[in-house]
Design a protein around this ligand. Structure first.
Ligand code: C2E
Ligand code: CA
Ligand code: CA
Ligand code: CA
Length: 275
C-alpha cells in the first residue's frame, strides 16, 4: 500500500493530494476516536429465508465524526489497516460485539469482520478469546467473517489462528464470495460454516442467467457440505424470492433491515419473541 502512495507523486493531481491529505487526517484522528467515543457498532440482521427469523447480527463499525459527519468503514478501515491501528480497533470491535450479543437469545449469533492484519498480529487469537471471556459469551455464538484476499497470503499464522479458534467453537464464514480469487481450495482447507455470496451476484449490471446459475451451484455445494449460504445485499422481495428459490438458506440486506444500533437490534429480537 505504501508503494502506491509513492506513485502518486508523478503528476500533480489535486484530487489525489486532497485524498492523501484526508487520509493523513483520518489516520491521526482514528487513534483517538475510540477514546473520544466517536465509534460505535451497528448490527445488521441475517435472516433465515425459510422462517424469516433473525439468526445472526453482523457487527458493522460506524464513525460519527464531530465535523466530518458519518464516515463509512470503506473510508477508514483501509487507513486503519495501513497504519496498524486495525489491531486495537479490531479487538475493541470484537469486545463490543460480544457484549451486545450476550444480551440476545442464545440461538442468535454475532458476526464480526476480520482484517488480514488482525490475524497476523501476535496474540491475535488471544485478543478474540479475551473479548469472549470478558463478555461471558460462548465461543459458538461468535462468527468471524474473513475474505478470500485474507486467505490469499495464507501462511502458518493464518492457519494456526483459524485452527485454534475453530477448536474452541468459534465459527468462520467466507465473506464476499465470488469477488476475489475464489478458490474452492479454501473451502476444502478451512472449516467454514457459512459462505456469503457477494451482493454483486444479487443486484447490479451483471445479474442474469449466469449469476443465477452460479448462485444455484454455490447453494448446492453448501447443502452438500452442510454450510449455510447467505445471499448479501437483498433489497427487494423479488431478489429474496430468487435467492431462496436458488437454494440460499440465509439472507441479508436492506429488504430486511439496515444496520441498526444495539438497542434496536435487541428490540427486533424482542418483537420476534413476542410474535
Ligand atoms: P461487508 O462485510 O461486505 O459488509 C456488508 C456491507 O454491505 C455493509 O456496508 C452493509 O451496510 C452493506 N449492505 C448491507 N445490505 C445492503 C443492501 O441491501 N444494499 C446495499 N447497497 N448495501 C448493503 P458497510 O457497513 O459500509 O461496510 C462496508 C465494509 O467495511 C464491509 O463490507 C467490511 O468489509 C468493512 N467493515 C465494516 N465493519 C467492519 C469491522 O468492524 N471490521 C472490519 N475489519 N471491517 C469492517
Ligand atoms: Ca462482512
Ligand atoms: Ca460481504
Ligand atoms: Ca465487502
Amino acid at each position: 500500500a505504501k508503494v502506491n502512495g509513492r506513485k502518486q507523486t508523478c503528476f500533480y493531481n489535486p484530487t489525489m493530494s486532497r485524498d492523501l491529505a484526508r487520509r493523513r487526517e483520518i489516520e491521526a484522528e482514528l487513534r483517538s476516536a475510540i477514546q473520544k467515543n466517536e465509534l460505535s457498532i451497528f448490527f445488521q440482521p441475517i435472516v433465515d429465508l425459510a422462517t424469516g427469523r433473525i439468526r445472526t447480527f453482523e457487527a458493522l463499525v460506524r464513525w460519527f465524526h464531530p465535523e466530518k459527519g458519518e464516515l463509512r468503514p470503506d473510508e477508514f478501515i483501509p487507513v486503519a489497516e495501513e497504519t496498524g491501528v486495525i489491531v486495537t480497533l479490531g479487538n475493541w470491535i470484537t469486545a463490543q460485539a460480544a457484549k451486545a450479543a450476550v444480551q440476545w437469545p442464545e440461538d442468535v449469533t454475532v458476526a464480526v469482520n476480520l482484517s488480514p492484519l488482525q490475524i497476523k498480529a501476535p496474540g491475535a487469537a488471544l485478543g478474540i478469546k479475551n473479548a469472549l471471556r470478558e463478555a461471558g459469551l460462548a465461543p459458538e455464538r461468535l462468527e468471524l467473517e474473513v475474505t478470500e484476499s485474507l486467505l490469499l497470503d495464507d501462511n502458518y499464522a493464518t492457519e494456526a489462528f483459524i485452527e485454534d479458534l475453530s477448536q474452541i467453537g468459534v465459527r468462520f464464514a467466507l465473506d464476499d464470495f465470488g469477488t476475489g480469487y475464489s478458490s474452492l481450495g479454501y473451502i476444502q482447507k478451512y472449516p467454514f460454516k457459512k459462505i456469503k455470496v457477494d451482493r454483486s451476484f444479487v443486484s447490479g449490471p451483471n445479474v442474469g442467467k449466469k449469476t443465477d446459475a452460479i448462485i444455484r451451484a454455490v447453494a448446492e455445494l453448501g447443502s452438500k457440505l452442510e454450510m449455510d449460504i447467505v445471499a448479501e445485499g437483498l433489497e427487494t422481495i423479488e431478489q429474496v424470492r430468487t435467492v431462496r428459490e436458488a437454494g440460499c438458506t440465509l439472507g441479508q440486506g436492506y429488504y430486511f433491515s439496515r444496520a441498526v444500533p444495539d438497542y434496536l437490534a435487541a428490540m427486533l429480537l424482542a418483537q420476534e419473541a413476542g410474535a
